[in-house]
Design a protein around this ligand. Structure first.
Ligand SMILES: Nc1ncnc2c1ncn2[C@@H]1O[C@H](COP(=O)(O)OP(=O)(O)OP(=O)(O)O)[C@@H](O)[C@H]1O
Ligand SMILES: Nc1ncnc2c1ncn2[C@@H]1O[C@H](COP(=O)(O)OP(=O)(O)OP(=O)(O)O)[C@@H](O)[C@H]1O
Ligand SMILES: [Mg+2]
Ligand SMILES: [Mg+2]
Lengths: 166, 165, 166, 165
């Protein structure tokens, strides 16, 4: 069983470094097998991430957007190793600047035909990747309503788009 | 396998029955702050068998039942049903479509069903266990929870990889 | 000393409800004096927030954007009660939709002449409230540089604006 | 009182000396992810006397010294100076301008100064104590930390109000 784990570990690690590179051009990252000192020496997996030009430091020192990208790289690495049938991502790209948002979107586009994405977002550009958009609204009655069904993104009024835009 | 539809009634702010139908591909959910988008995420997590109210932003599981508003009384029941296309047999039961439903009464009583056949929560966990679906597998990432994987202990991350193995 | 605390408490409470109303039209909120059960019965301050049309529930059930607004309402309530000379706000409005972002911006505008704001943001509309904008950049050398000094917002190139825009 | 300038050298990603000058009014700081914006927030917190490395996203205080990059060696010292306009006498010392500076060496040694006069960290805490400045007073809110006030214990919130009294 341990051999099986090591095979999976290597695979996720390879995918992680590759995806990290797409989100951090010129950067490197890897997973490391460690003894978890805080957990009684139980074997664990550590994450190392080094954006281009920077020195390797603890994840805590990375910026908000950089941490989001590392988390997404792990997520996609897991996908490539063992795909889930669908992913529900709720505002996972909120901290990303324009350039990184596009990198994230490009990554998702590559997987469009391999898995299903449900994405909650306020970002107009993320909306534009949709095959289908649902709008949720709530009036003064405190009750949620689904206000649009299966709109193609082009059909969305500018109002709704700007409502979605951060 | 893909998600075909989610039906929500009495769950959080969805006092009235709401149905979302999905195609394979990418669906985006938009709307103003507080309108109910993340409540949909919660509804799917709950239908997939989430047992911790805190992972649904509540202090007790009763919090997911519509609590009433200034215009409507609180409801006594919350229910969510998710329908999965199973043509590829990813779920090891002999149906091309699998509907998982969960219902919670204010008394605390719960009901679960698979394709309308009553079952237990553990049965739902069982049939989903090899699908890679759910919060621990990071296939559902709630708002603000992307950081979890960076903040988790190394031993927890190892467990995640063992699940993926 | 307890009397002094109660006077301050009432003042913050009044300000809190007023500011909350500007961020949540038609909503009500208040601070409550409680015994902190988890803290050995020590006296504490609880926050209650009820957006328009909704029933009062625990803060945890509020949405991401709603929680940001409640936090900002407390912040501004403290300002009105006991102003700090300056505020440094780092991406505090990231979770806000368009309408709420404007409410937050309007609140800040009212205080422009009474305190100094230093705001880190990716939002174009927040940028537009600035008297002065600093751009920070980092090349492949891993070293931060301040790339623009005291630009009036109108002077910022579209590139820099779109770099700032989420 | 208002913030006049911040000078950063060797602190986090600011390997080279950088000076930001401020006017009363609103200053906005923009730039790409990871460029160093929040490091400026951290620099001001640190100059105001922050003692917990964790509130500066580090595991030890040494983490705030420029750690080197692929093109430059690590530095041995971090230093930040903030200059406050004190024409209104908000700080009870007889200067219309107050410069607080803090320096940390890799040895762990620290130096502090008020208008170039060496002092102790406690002196900085003292003169700032009635100004309402700093993280505990919520006048500096780091990225992702707005939620702190909602997540804090009721007794902690009471302490905050007592500070404001
Ligand atoms: N049991 C309940 N009964 C009624 N309303 C509820 C219940 N639980 C939560 N809500 C309401 O749902 C709202 C939050 O919805 P949700 O988190 O889905 O918003 P959102 O659309 O994701 O917003 P944001 O863009 O800010 O993240 C809250 O205002 C809350 O009052
Ligand atoms: N001691 C140090 N030496 C060198 N670089 C450091 C040091 N500490 C942090 N950094 C670098 O600073 C960067 C983070 O900067 P910062 O948090 O200011 O980014 P930001 O501009 O706020 O980005 P975001 O928009 O994503 O929030 C990280 O990439 C990290 O590598
Ligand atoms: Mg949400
Ligand atoms: Mg930042």
């Amino acid at each position: 069983i341990h051999a099986k784990f090591l095979i999976t570990f290597d695979e996720v690690n390879t995918n992680f470094n590759r995806v990290f590179n797409e989100l951090f051009p010129g950067g490197t990252a890897r997973l490391a097998l460690v003894e978890d000192e805080q957990d009684g020496g139980e074997p664990g997996v550590e994450v190392e991430a080094q954006p281009h030009g920077k020195r390797l430091q603890s994840l805590s020192l990375l910026s908000g957007g950089e941490r989001s990208l590392v988390g997404l790289a792990i997520l996609f690495a897991l996908f490539y190793t063992r795909p889930s049938p669908f992913y529900i991502l709720d505002e996972v790209e909120a901290a990303l600047d324009d350039v990184n948002l596009q990198r994230f979107i490009n990554l998702m586009k590559k997987l469009k035909n391999e898995t299903q994405f449900l994405i909650v977002t306020h970002q107009r550009r993320t909306m534009e990747t949709a095959d289908c958009v649902y709008g949720v609204s709530m009036q003064a009655d405190g009750i949620s309503k689904i206000i649009s069904q299966k709109l193609a993104p082009e059909d969305i009024s500018d109002e709704q788009k700007s409502e979605a835009e951060l | 396998m893909y998600l075909r539809s989610v039906t929500i009634r009495g769950f959080k702010s969805f006092a009235n029955k709401s149905v979302l139908r999905f195609e394979p591909g990418t669906t985006v959910i938009v709307g103003p702050n507080g309108s109910g988008k993340s409540n949909i995420t919660d509804a799917v997590l709950w239908a997939l068998g989430e047992q911790s109210a805190r992972n649904l932003r509540g202090s007790s599981m009763e919090d997911v039942i519509f609590a009433g508003s200034t215009s409507k009384q609180a409801l006594g029941t919350a229910e969510v049903a998710i329908t999965l296309d199973n043509s590829d047999g990813a779920i090891p039961i002999d149906f091309s479509e699998v509907t998982i439903s969960r219902r919670l009464y204010r008394s605390g009583e719960s009901e679960y069903a698979l394709n309308r056949t009553p079952c237990r929560l553990i049965d739902i966990h069982e049939i989903l266990s090899d699908t890679g679906l759910g919060r621990e597998m990071y296939s559902v990432i709630s708002q603000g929870r992307l950081d979890d994987i960076l903040n988790s202990k190394p031993s927890e991350r190892r467990q995640l990889l063992e699940e993926a193995a």
